[in-house]
Design a protein around this ligand. Sequence first.
Ligand SMILES: [Zn+2]
Length: 220
Amino acid sequence: MIMKMENRSLNEQPFGEPIKIRLPFFHPDIECIQEPQHSNLSHPYHESLITFIEEDTYQRICAHAESDMRNEVGGALLGKYCKDNETDQCFNMIFDVFPAKPEVNENFSAPALMRFTHTFFIMLDEYLEEVNRKDPEIIRLGMYHSHPGYTVFMSSTDIETFRTIFFEPWHISLIIDPINSDAGVFFWHYTDQGSMEIGKKTGFTLFKSNISKNVQSKIK
Ligand SMILES: [Zn+2]
């Protein structure tokens, strides 16, 4: 599976070439909504990467997490890795998700054990290829998964998955606890020694766009 993902990363933008647009806070066609009221947020934002999630897409993530209050569920986060063209702030804009479906991934869900299968990644790549025909700037920005009832943190399994598959600076892990109504985002930080470590739980901002979803590439 790891080999597969390395091949697939060729579809993604090379490091250091985020899309240059204005930060949603300042973009005239994007309306930012306050971040959801989640508990225990150690850092509302981190200066190295800010996460914006389209409101409808976040509703889909919540509905997926709430569809199974016993087992973990999850999927891929799709959108654009961007850089503010005035302040150089890097940020992700999540427009779409690709949920892992239990009926085609029967070993996917289990309490406190979430593994994305090989089949899931093949299906994800097929979906992304289709999406990229309309908008080549959409990439995998990371994954989301639920922790029903046991709070938002990166488990040892989560860290291992993230380390082996999601090692790019734009990759995030969104974890949602539908029972405690909590959610948070995790991503890589560079330490002063130059090594990478997963940062503390951070928040995210929901947004609405006046621009139709099918022409996301026109948000510039
Ligand atoms: Zn987890």
